[in-house]
Ligand binder design. Structure first.
Ligand code: ADP
Ligand code: MG
Length: 627
């Protein structure tokens, strides 16, 4: 509870006690009114001020005005009839209780999101003359060595140069198992160091580090509004004035009709009371408050699971996803290739691997990383010049002045080099040295442990089609797709072909069924942006993916895709429940109010009761563990 909430709570308690106590004081007439005015002012002064300010600023029709008119009207009516002041005070009191409850709930879910924001490191340790000095992470340059002690957050992305330890990544990924790291491992900022002291050579500036990117993303999430939220805002803008004018009509027309039409008593009191009840019932706060809160809680709940959603609009689209298109490498497969065989003719196997590792030295493709790893030795980058990476084909470069090419059959054809077909299972990397074929390296990737389960779970969750797009050969693609049970396979695609394939799929489907593309962000950023919704996985450390995607999965477990869809659906279910529930109850009460069955107490329930129930329902979106 913050200061404002505490102050409000005191006002609520004081006003309630006074209101009840006044029932036992036998005052009459003006004294009674003045006595009751005290709790009314205590509880409602800020609403009255807001209403007046609203009128002055020309934005009269808001909830404060509704509440002000309704309660002032009820007070006036009570003076006139020397009747019950309780109702007017109760309307204000319960409205404030609702507001208090709302601010508490919003604060609570905000804190929940900021527990994710706890990843922000406050300092970085730099070693100077044998002593540790704490500096602002912003001031640490690339290539500096920072020391991270047990219990501290890793401030900046980098590579371990000294030490080994386990890292707690749960704030980033929702994964509770610690990750073991030692010399040579890349680690990202925001993890908490648990056991050993680590020295890290930074590879990025703080502003470019994972932590900063994620914080930026979460902080901006509330600015992208869903259709439901837009609808509610527009709805309230029209609805509120309509309600006020209807209430005025309800107060004036029937008595006038009675007066002139039938010559009977006008009975102004009854109709004004009905109009005031009508006003209280129709207050739209349950909707205006609970819908954004539901989305907010949904985004918060998702981020606890390591699923970062960039805005509530994306949560809405995710819930309608019927087609899931996957990139293969690094998404459904691990993207860590093992070298299974080397077929060479002119040079030794070791030599061929060395050329492969060198020519790949600048690429960030999983294939290149694996070839460098297979070579196993330090790579002297100064031996490599004129590097050209041809997306979806391979790489060419000069190694010690000799032209070397490494890539698929497409690349060999492009270079006009006669290559040998190979029928081994796996991805074939053909090598040409000095414009002559030098053999090929057979590598293979393994399917991620949860891929099969994830595809089955997507189907069980009602996703109509699962599709794989890959630049890899048809043989490998068909094998992976068959094993995983995907519905459609498109292989040997260049990155640009992937975009046109996704466009084709988009044009074939119904508008309401949304298409999600899941990639790792390495050379598939264009597709990520083109799909209805782009999901990047394994995004720890890859800013390209974080930027291009709409939903970012912090780790690379494909089951998280199912989780993300389930979270979004639960959130949208809650949104719809709240819309129908609030509008439904209000409509019923409005009719009852207009025909005179409803009194002010029912109106208070229709307003504040509905709002509190809707808020409690909204909060459920935070809970995502069991999905
Ligand atoms: P995917 O769709 O599976 O992610 P890519 O579009 O990244 O695949 O690559 C498609 C194919 O292009 C690879 O299977 C490989 O044959 C070739 N290729 C791409 N980049 C490289 C590289 N750096 N080195 C060698 N071959 C590459
Ligand atoms: Mg790829």
């Amino acid at each position: 509870m913050n200061k404002k909430q505490k102050k409000m709570l005191v006002r609520i308690i004081v006003a309630t006690v006074l209101m009840i106590a006044l029932n036992f004081i036998p005052a009459k007439g003006a004294t009674r009114f003045l006595l009751y005015l005290i709790p009314y002012i205590i509880i409602g002064y800020d609403i009255l001020i807001k209403a007046i300010k609203g009128i002055k600023n020309g934005q009269a029709f808001d909830e404060s005005l509704l509440m002000a008119i309704a309660t002032i009207g009820a007070m006036a009516l009570a003076i006139y009839e020397d009747g019950d002041y309780m109702e007017a005070i109760a309307v204000m009191l319960f409205y404030q209780i609702g507001e208090w409850f709302q601010s508490y709930a919003v604060g609570k879910s905000r804190r929940n999101i900021s527990s994710l924001m706890d990843i922000r490191p406050d300092y970085a340790n730099i070693e100077k003359n044998g002593k540790l000095e704490q500096v602002d992470p912003d001031e640490v340059g690339i290539g500096s060595v920072v020391v991270v002690q047990p219990g501290e957050k890793v401030p900046i992305d980098g590579t371990v140069v000294v030490g080994s330890s386990s890292l707690n990544t749960s704030a980033l990924t929702g994964e509770s198992l610690p990750r073991e790291v030692s010399v040579g491992d890349e680690i990202i900022s925001g993890c908490i160091n648990i056991t050993g002291v680590l020295k890290i050579k930074t590879s990025k500036e703080f502003g470019e580090s994972t932590v900063s990117k994620i914080l930026e993303l979460v902080e901006n999430a509330s600015s992208r509004k869903s259709k439901s939220e837009d609808f509610i805002t527009k709805f309230a803008r029209i609805y509120t004035p309509v309600v006020v004018y209807s209430a005025i009509a309800l107060a004036i027309i029937p008595p006038l009709v009675r007066m002139f039409g039938m010559g009977l008593g006008a009975d102004w009191g009854t109709w004004i009371y009905r109009a005031l009840t009508f006003l209280v019932i129709s207050c739209p706060c349950a909707l205006v408050i609970s819908i954004p809160l539901s989305f907010f809680a949904g985004i918060g709940g998702a981020s606890k699971e390591g699923v970062l959603v960039k805005g509530s609009n994306y949560l809405e689209i995710l819930a309608q996803t019927k087609y899931v298109v996957f990139d293969k490498t690094g998404t459904l497969t691990q993207g860590v290739f093992e070298v299974n065989g080397v077929h060479h003719n002119k040079m030794e196997e070791k030599m061929l691997l060395e050329y492969a590792a060198l020519v790949e030295s600048a690429s960030s493709h999983p294939i290149s990383k694996s070839l460098q790893h297979a070579y196993g030795k330090e790579i002297d980058r100064s031996r490599v010049t004129d590097i050209q990476e041809i997306s979806g084909n391979g790489v060419t470069a000069k190694v010690d002045g000799t032209t070397v090419a490494a890539g698929n059959a497409k690349l060999m054809k492009k270079l006009g080099i006669k290559y040998m077909e190979c029928h081994d299972v796996g991805t074939i990397i053909h090598m040409a040295v000095n414009e002559e074929y030098a053999g090929h390296i057979i590598i293979s990737d393994i399917v991620k442990p949860h891929s099969k389960e994830a595809i089955a779970a997507l189907k069980a969750a009602g996703v109509e089609k699962t599709i794989i797009l890959t630049g890899d050969s048809k043989r490998v693609a068909d094998q992976v797709a068959g094993y995983l049970g995907l519905d459609e396979v498109y292989s040997e695609l260049l990155p640009a072909d992937k975009v046109s394939k996704v466009e084709e799929l988009l044009s074939l489907k119904l508008d309401k069924a949304k298409l999600a593309f899941v990639g790792d962000g390495i050379n598939d950023a264009p597709v990520l942006t083109r799909a209805d919704i782009g999901i990047a996985m394994g995004a720890m450390g890859s800013d390209a993916a974080i930027e291009a995607a709409d939903v970012v999965l912090m780790d690379d477990d494909p089951l998280k895709i199912v989780k993300a869809i389930k979270i979004s659906r639960k959130c949208l279910r809650i949104v719809h429940q709240n819309i129908w529930f609030a509008i439904g109850i209000k409509l019923i009460c409005l009719v009852l109010g207009a025909i005179g069955i409803a009194n002010m107490w029912l109106a208070i329930f229709a307003d504040v009761g509905v709002m509190i129930i809707a808020i409690l329902n909204a909060i459920r979106a935070l809970f995502t563990k069991k999905l």
